[in-house]
Write a protein that binds this ligand. Structure first.
Ligand SMILES: NC(=O)C1=CN([C@@H]2O[C@H](COP(=O)(O)OP(=O)(O)OC[C@H]3O[C@@H](n4cnc5c(N)ncnc54)[C@H](O)[C@@H]3O)[C@@H](O)[C@H]2O)[C@@H](O)CC1
Ligand SMILES: Nc1ncnc2c1ncn2[C@@H]1O[C@H](COP(=O)(O)OP(=O)(O)O)[C@@H](O)[C@H]1O
Ligand SMILES: [K+]
Length: 494
């Protein structure tokens, strides 16, 4: 399991650890890891031109000490100081001792203040445009709000230069706790993060700014609390969750999943939800709705009923909503069942909030950003900008487990706890019907006995992986994703 901790938690852990260690030890660990990562990225350190963007906090200190290490290995290192009067003094001294220099600030004694400033800006621009590597030490976990104008200007220059960028701890300008980005932010090729991942490194839009992320262990693990703010499952975690039939299993014991989906207008949604459900571990799939003909002709193993959900026969979990159109009665009937229910697509619009809240069996809601926005009464962009806040708000309003889909998929249990973030997806999954496959798959895992949180996060994991396998660099349809699920399942179990 990969975990991420909030700034507040990291600060507390750092205080505890620092109290046991000599002064500056943590920063030296961070700087050593950072310098090594920079060296790996540029390949040849000797003779390379490295520019450090140095803010007034410890993030700048990390950059300066790492710069000193690179300078000792023969790099030409220039530091741009955003606030020379508040720069990390020890870091700056180390850089200067190692042969590094400062560009841009306090330039050219003797000239007028205006000319000096102009000369400074010119020198900074030139250094950044000619750099082989830019190290972003503007702000780390101490960043507050959007970047200030002088820092934002540097962001523009760095983007123009096209030089590879290594961000120290976090790309400056992104919110460490939420993954939100307000205004200008550094786009890094690599982010070297210390002690633990921060939520922002795993959640879009910030995740995209981070590039690849390299973790440097500074010993924080031993003082971090057991429960993280965010967790990302890995193969081993998902393998432990997946149901495996035993000698005594039969189709009923493995669980029966009911799919109440599709309409005359959208029969395909029913077929796709069933295609996911058949690959999700339940022993049988029951279909209820007007698309029975289409479902059986594609998947003859489906148990089809033309009665409503209440009369369809026993199931261990329901999926309701994909392609359901305006059939509110079916949604209400499913919500009345005393088994776990997954609500997706049209079902999210049709489900009464008070009814969902009052359910005693688990409920898993699986909106995409547009559906989440409609439920919350905000614009879609607002959800995409603030995914973590959105998933929390939805779970609390509905008293349900919520899986928020999109470029970052987040799952939060109705009872709270760590938010699960799925890292396996691919933008190729943004294809019509792929959400229907996911809801069938998650419903099937629910029926086989997983909790709503585990079913949702294991399904997102397998679905993301299946999307990768199906697409493999070329467009794939939702049915291809469903067909790739068994391969993803095997990959996880192996
Ligand atoms: N505390 C520790 O034990 C360790 C901290 N480390 C580094 O220290 C960083 C945190 O250092 P700090 O707490 O000094 O904070 P930062 O260096 O992240 O930022 C604080 C400084 O940035 C300025 N600032 C804040 N918001 C800004 C904005 N929007 N635009 C421009 N400037 C802004 C503030 O004036 C403040 O001086 C970590 O991210 C990490 O890089 C590492 O050295 C590892 C050890
Ligand atoms: N940019 C993206 N990167 C990764 N996964 C994505 C992206 N966009 C969408 N997805 C995934 O694709 C699926 C789309 O589901 P959904 O929006 O419900 O589609 P539909 O309604 O057509 O079935 C979800 O699992 C979602 O997480
Ligand atoms: K930074």
């Amino acid at each position: 399991m990969r975990t991420a901790y909030s700034v507040e938690t990291v600060r507390a852990a750092e205080r505890e650890l620092m109290a046991r260690l000599p002064d500056g030890a943590l920063m030296q660990r961070a700087a050593a890891g950072l310098a090594a990562a920079c060296a790996d990225l540029i390949g040849r350190v000797y003779g390379s031109r490295v520019v450090l963007l140095v803010g007034s906090g410890d993030n700048g200190g990390d950059a300066l000490y790492a710069g000193a290490r690179l300078a000792r290995r023969g790099a030409a290192v220039a530091a741009v100081l955003l606030a020379p009067e508040r720069v990390h003094a020890g870091g700056l001294a180390a850089l200067l001792r190692a042969g590094g220099r400062v560009v841009g600030t306090g330039a050219d004694a003797g000239s007028t203040a205006g000319a000096a400033a102009a000369a400074g800006v010119g020198a900074v621009e030139e250094a950044i445009l000619r750099a082989d590597l830019v190290v972003d030490g503007i702000v780390g976990i101490g960043g507050k709000g959007g970047l200030r104008p002088d820092a934002a200007q540097l962001v523009v220059l760095v983007a123009e230069s096209g030089a590879p960028v290594v961000a120290v701890d976090l790309p400056s300008g992104v919110d460490a706790d939420t993954g939100e980005v307000r205004g200008a932010a550094i786009r890094a090729d690599l982010t070297v993060t210390f002690g633990t991942h921060k939520p922002g490194l795993l959640i879009d839009p910030a995740r995209e700014y981070a590039g690849s992320v390299r973790f440097v262990d500074i010993g924080l693990g031993e003082v971090l609390p057991a429960e993280a703010e965010l967790e990302a499952l890995q193969h081993v975690d998902v393998a432990r969750l997946l149901p495996v039939p035993g000698a005594e299993s039969d189709k009923y014991r493995r669980g029966v999943v009911g799919i109440a989906a599709g309409s005359a207008r959208y029969p395909g949604a029913a077929v796709l939800a069933v295609s996911g459900a058949l690959r999700g571990g339940a022993g049988a799939v029951r279909y209820v709705g007007p698309a029975g003909g289409a479902v059986v002709s594609r998947f003859p193993e489906t148990l089809v009923s033309d009665q409503g959900p209440a009369k369809a026969g026993r199931v261990q979990a329901w999926v309701v909503g994909p392609g359901a159109g305006d059939d509110a009665a079916t949604v209400a009937e499913v919500l009345d069942a005393d088994v776990p229910v997954l609500i997706d697509a049209d079902g999210l619009r049709l489900a009464e909030r008070d009814v969902v809240r009052a359910r005693s069996a688990p409920t898993l809601m699986t909106p995409h950003a547009g559906e989440a926005a409609a439920l919350l009464g905000v614009a879609r962009e607002e959800v995409e900008r603030a995914r973590l806040a959105s998933v929390r708000e939805l779970a609390s309003r509905y008293g349900a487990t919520v899986l928020l889909k999109g470029s970052t998929t987040l799952v939060l249990d109705s009872a709270g706890g760590a938010v699960r973030v799925n890292a396996t997806g691919t933008p190729w999954l943004a294809t019509a019907g792929s959400g229907d496959v996911l809801s069938g798959l998650a419903g099937s895992l629910l029926a086989s006995g997983l909790s709503a949180l585990d079913a949702g996060s294991a399904a997102a994991y397998l679905h993301g992986l299946a999307g990768r396998f199906a697409a493999d660099g070329a467009p794939a349809g939702a049915h291809d994703v469903a067909e790739a699920i068994p391969g993803a399942w095997r990959d996880v179990r192996d």
